[in-house]
Design a protein around this ligand. Structure first.
Ligand SMILES: [Zn+2]
Length: 326
């Protein structure tokens, strides 16, 4: 079972890893460094000398067409941040400096496994500052013809997502429920890879895109069959990857969320729009200081019910941190 550390955390020591960018196919080095409390998550392009930092923030998302791309006011961008962000969210890392040697994060195997493993090689450390979470107060929804998403109040942080390929190549719809407080990110979500259709990949290659994309970092579907030699990692790997992406995109708020996300056919653009709408309407959420909660419980008896629900043994969403449960 997961629990959320009431204090902010960072890495115990720097770590690094190498891979290739999925669009450029260029080699990319990723380095993670501990950062002081209240600094948040900061990306830095080491191939550039000036204006090379980009703060991980919902409002700094400048493109969501193939992946989530961050950018700063000087036009410096970094793409495909969502899988690392998902790992940072699952590992509850509040403050970290992320240095990348080019315009794209390394794609690794298309999942978040390498990033979770990287973080676990050094571990995390509690900092002397309280963690704030976003607690959803009332439902928030975005609806379009073929896709919709709703964020609603709940005791924990959970997802219930569905994808429907509209019968393309005979693929069946998939759905999955994941509760961060009771299920393992490493076992249930982290290993789910990016996916795509062979037919679409050919068009991207022809347009000079997705040059680094291959069976090494994506599940590829051709004529309704999985091309990857070892098959799928989960029967519903694609919808699980949608949950992974959403976790990463949501963590660009800088906070874990107490709420349930229910969605159909969502992607990066929807994830970003949902978070922007959430933060733009202060009646939809409150920032809860986890370290202050016991005191609030005494002072404001009316709120105690929600607090107890969030901390009761069966839903011990925030308790002393246990990284082994990840
Ligand atoms: Zn993804």
């Amino acid at each position: 079972m997961h629990s959320v550390c009431p204090k902010q955390t960072t890495l115990k020591a720097p770590v690094s890893i190498k891979g290739i960018g999925v669009h450029s196919a260029l080699s990319a080095t990723l380095e993670l460094f501990p950062l002081a409390a209240n600094m948040g998550i900061i990306f830095e392009r080491t191939d550039l000398k000036n204006n090379n930092q980009i703060i991980a923030n919902i409002t700094n998302v400048v493109d969501t067409s193939f992946s989530t791309t961050l950018g700063n006011s000087h036009g410096v961008t970094l793409s495909t941040v969502e899988h690392l962000m998902a790992a940072l969210s699952a590992c509850q890392i509040s403050n970290v400096l992320v240095k990348v040697s080019g315009p794209e994060m390394p794609i690794m195997d298309g999942s978040a496994t390498a990033f979770v493993d990287l973080i676990n090689t050094v571990g995390i450390v509690e900092q002397n500052a309280p963690r704030k979470i976003i607690r959803i107060l009332k439902p928030l929804e975005i609806k379009e013809e073929r896709r919709w998403v709703r964020l609603e109040p709940a005791d924990t942080f959970s997802f219930k997502l569905s994808v429907d390929f509209g019968g393309r190549e005979g693929l069946q719809p998939e759905d999955h429920v994941y509760d961060f407080s009771t299920e393992s990110f490493t076992t249930d979500i982290s290993q789910a890879r990016s996916f795509g259709f062979y037919e679409d990949a050919q068009k991207l290659y022809a347009a000079g895109l997705a040059k680094g994309s291959s069976l090494d970092n994506a599940v590829v579907i051709k004529e309704g069959a999985v091309m990857n030699e070892d098959g799928l990692r989960y029967e519903n790997e694609m919808v699980r990857h949608k949950i992974l992406d959403a976790m990463g995109d949501f963590y660009l708020t800088g906070s874990l969320i107490q709420g349930r996300c229910v969605g159909f056919n969502i992607g990066h653009e929807f994830n970003n729009r949902l978070m922007r709408n959430l933060l733009a309407d202060k009646t939809t959420y409150e920032l809860v200081d986890l370290a202050k909660r016991p005191a609030e419980e005494k002072e404001v008896p009316k709120k105690a019910e929600a607090i107890v629900a969030f901390t009761s043994p069966s839903k011990s969403f925030f308790q002393p941190l246990s990284t082994t449960a990840l």
